[in-house]
Write a protein that binds this ligand. Structure first.
Ligand code: GLN
Length: 199
């Protein structure tokens, strides 16, 4: 089973841990550069992207995260995690930094006050079966994506699931639904990258 870290600074770490286990991975919390160096893949949970980026800087993890992702470590970000994977934030808060990895610009809290949180069926390319139950909680969307970015899902015309190389991001939260197909897709990406072997 691939060893998949969950960045455990803030956010819905427990839910991702359960989803990864159900998807056939071995999840482990990551809070230090040493723990990061040991994993075959990494999940960036939902939560508050400003807080996560500040804590990552404080824990000495921001540069190691940037280096690992740039080096091709498979990474999956949900919601706040998607924001962290964006090369650029349209409306960053003061001091807010990203890890980068996906050539896109994200808009935070994009769906607006009237529609802060909602659920909608979202067909996701590469995920077989019925649409994924998209749980959106003050979710971002990709305002623009470069040519190298695969848009796997849109909602109301906005990209809400994207992939570039070994980096995957969803604006919604499959970890809150009990449906592990997106985590299974990510686990397959991790397996492919680590040559099918397990450590
Ligand atoms: N709006 C939050 C942010 O900017 C993300 C919310 C979430 O992860 N559910 O980080």
């Amino acid at each position: 089973e691939p060893l998949i870290g969950v960045l455990a600074l803030q956010g819905d770490v427990r839910e991702h841990t359960a989803a990864l286990t159900a998807a056939g991975a071995r999840p482990v919390p990551v809070r230090t550069p040493e723990e990061l160096a040991a994993v075959d893949g990494l999940v960036l949970p939902g939560g508050e992207s400003t807080t996560i980026s500040k804590l990552a800087r404080l824990f000495g993890l921001l540069e190691p995260l940037r280096a690992a992702v740039a080096d091709g470590l498979p990474v999956y970000g949900t919601c706040a995690g998607m924001i962290l994977l964006a090369d650029k934030i349209l409306d960053p808060r003061a001091g807010q930094e990203t890890i980068g990895g996906i050539d896109m610009i994200v808009r935070r809290n994009a769906f607006g006050r009237q529609n802060e949180s909602f659920e909608a069926p979202v067909p996701v390319a590469g995920v077989g079966g019925p649409p994924v139950d998209g749980v959106f909680i003050r979710a971002p969307w990709a305002e623009s994506t470069d040519a190298g970015v695969e848009v796997l899902a849109t909602y109301e015309g906005r990209p809400v699931a994207v992939r570039q190389g070994t980096a995957l991001a969803t604006a919604f939260h499959p970890e809150l639904t009990g449906d592990h197909r997106v985590h299974a897709l990510f686990t397959a990406m991790v397996r492919a990258r680590s040559g099918g072997g397990s450590r």
